[in-house]
Design a protein around this ligand. Sequence first.
Ligand code: SF4
Length: 469
Amino acid sequence: MALASSSSAFSAISSHSQEILKGSQIGSFRSLDRFILPSTAGNVSRRRGALKPVSAQAKRSKSVVPLAATSIAPVADLERENKGIEKEVDYEKLAEDLKDASPLEIIDKALEKFGNDIAIAFSGAEDVALIEYAKLTGRPFRVFSLDTGRLNPETYRFFDDVEKRYDIRIEYMFPDAVEVQGLVRSKGLFSFYEDGHQECCRIRKVRPLRRALRGLRAWITGQRKDQSPGTRAEIPVVQVDPSFEGMDGGIGSLVKWNPVANVDGGDIWNFLRTMDVPVNSLHSQGYVSIGCEPCTRPVLPGQHEREGRWWWEDAKAKECGLHKGNIKQGEVPQLNGNGNSAAAAATTENPDIFNTQNIINLSRPGIENLLRLENRREPWLIVLYAPWCRFCQGMEASYVELAEKLAGSGIKVGKFRSDGDQKEFAKEELQLGSFPTILFFPKNTAMPIKYPSEKRDVDSLLAFVRALH
Ligand code: SF4
């Protein structure tokens, strides 16, 4: 969806820029051509004193709800509470109804429905667009952010810029000090490079987020489908949160709004430029997706933005837990730690993969021999895999095609099943981090070279081989 429709709405909004927003408007639906621009922030700020803190206690203490959350939210909605109407909202239907709506319309609807019980989750990146949209609705709004303690200095400065621009106080959520202390004292400051980002993210992000959401009935995220084809391709503009619960507790007690789900990243940037919104200075240094300093890096032209996050891990594991409902249930067991969970490894009834005459199935002695040789007759490309691993299954077609292309080229293509009993050996001797790991054994060098990218299409793999051969 393009932003053109929202842009035209902004013109109408601008023409009403002197209208004063009244507190009594909260909760009543109004058309979008009524608002203020420059003077909104001060009004919002004055009203903010009456808002509940984002970390207000939940009515129930039960935490993450099962993935089987229904699409019907049995609670929430100011309209219903205040007027006794609209017993249930079918959010699947609402998402369908709003799928062609502009982000401005969607955010207006969200703020109208949830009033003080909704907040924007702000990461310090281009999701500042959500704040700009919220301001344009003319309604009061709240913003919260997770301060993991590991953000870039530029992001903290950007937070300050945003607070000043919108005359707001961001409601920061901090991790539990004792939990952080326990992690860092036992495993060091950079354990995520060794055993995956899940544990650190759980402590520094997911638990603080869970606390924040327990003080709300709905939240607004900047998730977009084009951010991660692997995990975000199907997000609706509004849904019953599949992972977290809100202040009323229980399944379906939290609604998640994704107003820019269908918006292209380029259109977000056009919007930010048009509206002269301040942006994080890291963007001008090549960062696209912005998170914690040790886990985020700039991407090169043509690289996908999620390649700048947790680049040492599998593409589909790149949800820090904040949006883990995006990961389908069948994929979850493989995402523990480094992707080699015991539960997944035990599923040995999966048929073998990469079965073609062009791919040589190496045994343990075979790959040990290959490791020992300093002068090989020909180079080898080898995938370390597990047949149950979805990511390995996902690259099967391209690896088979690659083997066909390389047949007769002098480069051998092989596979080595590295789960179960072979896993420890593969981790120690073959640089196995997660499945699949792809290694190139050059002709004249003992050490294999690990394929560094998560792009596993034929062209990317061929480019890797050609660069080394
Ligand atoms: Fe920890 Fe990195 Fe996750 Fe930040 S992104 S919480 S530093 S693992």
